[in-house]
Design a protein around this ligand. Structure first.
Ligand code: ADP
Ligand code: MG
Length: 304
């Protein structure tokens, strides 16, 4: 543990050598659903619920005499809530373009129903599960209140995209800030880290690997010069393989010279992880490696 901290504070990322389980994001990050699908274990069987959504697309065209004609095309998409089949179906090896992937989801607004809620409904909006029967994958749609500014949504999405480029955040498929339906559409993650920590097997403790993952992600954000800035335990999730991801870039910003001067190279350690430690404490979850890491980051900043 001391080696890891020493290595980090000397400016290096945690070496994955000798690690048995994954930590922050995919080891070789490939920004493709197929990579994730291949990694994903088969879904646990439960009852099935299917839902039909109808989307209407309007297209405008000029008639021969110059008048504008509006054509309405109605598409019916069948979406299925996750955990559908008891039989072990083989995953399709077919690859899909991003456009096909998005199109296969149909009318995104139709998923905004209580059964699809992934998180609590907050002041800013709520996150819903979205399913594609084409890719056989679930996605997460973070939907915002209609008055949320398009600029803020775009800032959040663009920062998350950068974080996703190093596997720190879930991949963003698309986002919209201008239409009536304001959202960020991304890959769905499986577990909230706080739920895992509270499970019987973890007994209100984060594992060493989980804490290393949190630190490794923070180091990657430092590399990208992004301050996550919302160290809430609920903003940490894992995928099926237990890898850590930071979600929710609503308060994130680029690390400027002033922050660098004050905190040195471990800005996320001094600020985001420091907040996370408080949040975990609030949830009754112990994270000693994070406590130590924050202390080392702050001590290094003070020595500057
Ligand atoms: N990619 C995702 N996969 C699965 N669940 C998600 C995802 N993104 C968000 N959630 C769920 O929605 C909740 C709220 O999302 P978040 O982005 O933190 O919104 P807020 O800005 O309201 O805090 C999360 O705590 C989590 O439960
Ligand atoms: Mg949040």
């Amino acid at each position: 543990m001391a080696d890891i901290l020493a290595n980090i504070l000397q400016g290096g990322l945690i070496s994955p050598k000798g690690r048995l389980s994954p930590t922050c994001g995919p080891k070789r990050y490939k920004n493709s659903p197929q990579y994730k699908a291949a990694k994903r274990k088969s879904l646990k069987p439960t009852a099935s619920t299917t839902k039909k959504s109808t989307s209407k697309k309007r297209s405008k065209s000029k008639s021969s005499d110059g008048d504008t004609m509006t054509t309405t095309t109605t598409t019916t998409t069948t979406t299925t809530k996750r955990r559908r089949s008891t039989s072990k179906k083989k995953k399709s090896k077919k690859t899909f373009t991003l456009e096909e992937e998005i199109e296969s989801l149909g009318d995104l607004a139709s998923y905004k129903i209580p059964e699809n809620l992934l998180g609590r409904e907050g002041k800013e909006g709520a996150t819903y599960e979205v399913y594609s029967s084409l890719t056989n994958k679930s996605y997460a749609m973070k939907a915002f209140r209609p008055t949320k500014s398009a600029t803020k949504i775009s800032q959040e999405a663009e920062l998350q995209k950068e974080a996703a480029s190093l596997g720190v955040a879930p991949r963003i498929l698309t986002y919209s800030g201008s239409s009536r339906n304001k959202y960020i559409l991304m890959d769905k993650l499986t577990h909230r880290l706080s739920d895992l920590a509270k499970s019987k097997s973890q007994n209100n403790q984060l594992t060493t690997e989980q804490q290393e993952g949190i630190i490794e992600c923070a180091e990657k954000l430092d590399q990208l010069e992004i301050l996550h800035n919302d160290g809430n335990a609920l903003n940490l999730m894992t995928d099926d393989d237990g890898r850590i991801y930071y979600i929710d870039y609503g308060f994130s910003k680029y690390i400027n010279k002033k922050l660098l001067k004050k905190y040195g190279p471990h800005v996320n350690g001094c600020l985001t992880i420091s907040m996370l430690v408080r949040s975990f404490r609030h949830h009754g979850i112990s994270a000693p490696l994070l406590v130590k890491y924050v202390a080392e980051c702050k001590a290094a900043a003070a020595r500057k």
